[in-house]
Design a protein around this ligand. Structure first.
Ligand code: IPM
Ligand code: MN
Length: 369
């Protein structure tokens, strides 16, 4: 197939990791006979330095016209002093998410066989299996609600609005994903969605719970549904992660739980994400940030971005064999002991490979070299 991909390297380690994912996409195109046209556009602090805007019009226009987008990371200390609405996080990332209507963020968190020892959890907990899909609502809640300060600037607010429409459409994504995973990742148990809220305190959470319950009864009775408070979910995630299959939650809770989930799998450097909407193919990015402390050193782990490219192949283009091949290559390379610095300890490997050496290893595995 032919596809037009926009690459947004961004800031910090972004350019280094996106370059490796592009290498892997080229290897996929060669092996499977596809034509991926990849065009880079500036975003984030890098774009601000170029033209004074973290999301230049030309970048947004290219993203809207693209079949799918691969993003590295945005932000860093250099741009922390910009006014809030101009900062890379708000101006670039949040605007992209809302302008492209990317309301559902899929964040799969699983323990790779070769990295079992990297989890900070006890072996017996890891042995029960960790394979979770977090479905995070991405264009609502406190991130996008009205915000402000009092005239004397001593009080502030961020409104957390949610509508039944917003809740229903993301809940549908979670229930559908749970059905799809049944027979694949978690074949041994019925599909299950844990909807996470704070319905004992928040009105938006009460609406969330009512809406998810009604949709479940009407359309998804074959999927098991449980509700859980966010504080309890944060605890259960480290106490017994095997109890989770799909977690459905609102924007801010999902942001927090996905960082926690990443850590129990070993390294945040391994977790990909897919941001999907009703229209185009979506935006794919690692869940980690720009990691300014290691930027430019060539030591960042590119696997979260490479696995994000695999999610792109699967969700944007329906290329399941291609996505499987990338994930298999990652699994094989890890099994052979190749490690970037963030994941060296479990293998006892004394030396870590660089960002580009990891990309080369994946590319070689894909090309059957
Ligand atoms: C993420 C990030 C972003 C978020 C930040 C950078 C705005 O933490 O994608 O998880 O909070 O959504
Ligand atoms: Mn986050």
């Amino acid at each position: 197939m032919k596809a037009n991909l926009v690459l947004l390297p961004g800031d910090g380690v972004g350019p280094e990791i996106v370059a490796e994912a592009a290498k892997v996409l080229k290897a996929v195109a060669t092996r499977f006979g596809h034509d991926f046209e990849m065009t880079e556009h500036p975003v984030g602090g890098a774009a601000h330095d170029l033209c004074g805007d973290c999301l230049p019009d030309a970048t947004l226009t290219a993203c809207k016209a693209a079949d799918a987008i691969l993003l590295g990371a945005v932000g860093g200390p250099k741009w922390d002093t910009l006014p809030p609405e101009k900062r890379p996080e708000r101006r670039a990332l949040l605007t992209l998410r809302s302008e492209l209507g990317l309301f559902a963020n899929l964040r799969p968190a699983k323990v790779w066989d070769a990295l079992k020892g990297a989890s900070p959890l006890k072996d017996e907990i890891v042995a029960r299996g960790i394979d979770i899909l977090i479905v995070r609502e991405l264009t609502g809640g406190a991130y996008f609600g009205e915000k402000g300060r009092s005239a004397d600037r001593t009080s502030a607010y961020d409104v957390t609005p949610y509508s039944t429409h917003e809740i229903e459409r993301v809940a549908r994504i979670a229930f559908d994903a749970a059905r799809r995973r049944h027979g694949r990742a978690v074949a041994s148990r019925p599909p299950k969605v844990t909807s996470v809220d704070k319905a004992n305190v928040l009105e938006t959470s009460r609406l969330w719970r009512e809406t998810v319950t009604a949709l479940h009864a009407a359309e998804y009775a074959d999927v098991e549904l449980e509700h859980m408070y966010i504080d309890n979910a944060a605890m259960q995630l480290v106490r017994d992660p095997a109890r989770f299959d799909v977690i459905l939650t609102e924007n801010m809770f999902g942001d927090i739980l996905s960082d926690e989930a990443s850590q129990i799998t070993g390294s945040i450097g391994m977790l990909p994400s897919a941001s999907l909407g009703a229209a185009q193919g979506g935006l794919y990015e690692p869940i980690h940030g720009s990691a300014p402390d290691i930027a430019g050193k060539g030591i960042a782990n590119p696997l979260a971005t490479i696995l994000s490219a695999a999610l792109m192949l699967r969700h944007a283009f329906g290329l399941a064999s291609e996505a499987d091949a990338v994930e298999q290559a990652v699994s094989d390379v890890l099994a052979s002991g190749v490690r970037t610095a963030d994941i060296t300890s479990p293998s006892g490997a004394s030396s870590a490979v660089s960002t580009s050496e990891m990309g080369d290893a994946i590319q070689a595995a894909l090309s059957g070299l």
